[in-house]
Design a binder for this molecule. Structure first.
Ligand SMILES: Cc1ncc(COP(=O)(O)O)c(C=O)c1O
Length: 396
């Protein structure tokens, strides 16, 4: 009954897991969530106020398909100040979350016969989005031993005449890695030499810790900027995932194609949310800084505590709000006659025995890993890790 393309696309495994957890909660089970990929903080008050004002002023008509000019100008300003990029507002498209911005970019650039290189582990949606365009994903492992850095030699050997684009994500979901300037310069040189595009998903840009700095690949030169689509948004930095505002910045012909797609698919992003996003980007950044400090505290705690648990190998990482420990040391262990053969088995075991929700590495093309989000209160993180430690002790 359904189309070939619909049959090929899988529902996001993280969304499916959220449904299972919601059902267990409805039944009264006290689940601690390490699986959630969204800030646990409320949206800052000044942002909410901008939305109330927009509603009270009846700012409720259809928006322009690619977004309101004031927000696009604010984005241009942000990209200039934070990332050293120069764009015209016409090159910006405001979308329903960074998610739609990535899909738009893929639709604008890729189709049947094209290949898109994706460093893995990667965000669950990239491969399914590529499928939607009819192109093929080419998965290339990152250098796990080197903090999940880009493996440039592996990327170079994956390039073929069909390579149309690469999707990179820094800071990274699920690994928490932040790609170095040097590696991004080398990747950009490859893109120029072999003539492919770079979709750079920078949605976790503001969640970066220690002395680490975010480097935007598009800032290398105007020539590199021309072949980049820069993706960003307000969901993670400003605790606004439900407002659904993201954006893309691209060369004019690509931006025009993105706008055309979006105009036919959604008519643009919610007018009230756009006003809220404008306030977030242009307003005081104190809330953002406070949230980042709190994530940092949790990151340090989680990394230390997870490393103390038998079977978890967890190196420090510098970005986003995730850790991706290696759990291969636990594979093959048993509980009540059942073998833990995969990270999926381990995630199910932790859900049943410890009431802990984590995302199995299979969701990110990383079979021997579990993804932990630390977008949760310190109390919950501490209690959750105690429960995990007790459950792991049951394995033989
Ligand atoms: C790497 C990455 N890109 C994009 C998104 C989507 O962001 P948004 O909620 O703004 O659509 C996410 C959300 O989890 C993500 O992890």
């Amino acid at each position: 009954m359904i189309s070939k393309r619909a049959r090929e696309v899988q529902i996001s495994p993280t969304v499916a897991l959220t449904g299972k957890i919601a059902e267990l909660r409805r039944q009264g089970t006290d689940i601690i969530s390490f699986n959630i990929g969204e800030p646990d903080f409320p949206t800052p008050d000044y942002v909410k106020k901008a939305a109330f004002d927009a509603i009270n002023k009846n700012f409720t008509k259809y928006p322009p398909a690619s977004g309101f000019l004031d927000l696009k100008e604010a984005v241009v300003n942000k990209l200039r100040i934070d990332n050293g990029l120069s764009y015209d507002p016409k090159q910006i498209c405001v979308s329903n979350g960074a998610k739609q911005a990535v899909v738009n970019a893929l639709y604008a650039l890729c189709g049947e016969g094209d290949e898109v290189i994706i460093p893995v582990p990667c965000w669950v949606s990239y491969t399914e989005m590529v499928k939607l365009t009819g192109a093929d994903s080419v998965l290339v492992k990152v250098d796990e031993k080197n903090g999940f850095a880009l493996d440039l030699a592996a990327i170079e050997s994956a390039i073929t005449p069909r390579t149309k684009a690469i999707i990179i994500n820094t800071p990274n979901n699920p690994s928490g890695a932040v790609y170095s300037e040097e590696s991004l310069r080398q990747l950009a040189a490859m893109a120029v030499e072999h003539d492919f595009y770079i979709i750079s998903d920078e949605i976790y840009e503001k969640l970066i810790f220690d002395e680490e700095k975010h480097f935007c690949i598009g800032s290398i030169s105007p020539e590199v900027q021309e072949r980049c689509v820069i993706i960003n948004g307000v969901s993670k930095a400003y605790a606004m995932p439900g407002w659904r505002i993201g954006y893309s910045a691209a060369a004019k012909p690509i931006a025009k194609a993105i706008e055309a797609f979006q105009s036919q698919m959604t008519s643009g992003a919610c007018s009230v949310s756009q006003k809220a996003a404008l306030a977030a980007i242009t307003g005081p950044q104190d809330d953002l800084n406070k949230m980042r400090e709190e994530y940092d505290r949790r990151r340090r705690f989680m990394q230390k505590r997870l490393s103390e648990i038998d079977g978890f190998a967890c190196d420090p990482v510098k970005g986003a709000f995730y850790l991706l420990p290696d759990i291969s040391g636990l594979l093959g262990r048993t509980y009540a006659g059942k073998t833990i053969a995969s990270s999926m088995d381990l995630a199910s075991f932790l859900l049943e025995k410890a009431n802990i929700a984590v995302v199995p590495g299979e969701a990110f093309n990383a079979k021997d890993k579990l993804r932990f989000s630390y977008a949760n209160s310190m109390d919950n993180l501490a209690e959750g890790l105690n429960r995990i430690e007790a459950a792991i002790a049951l394995l033989s």
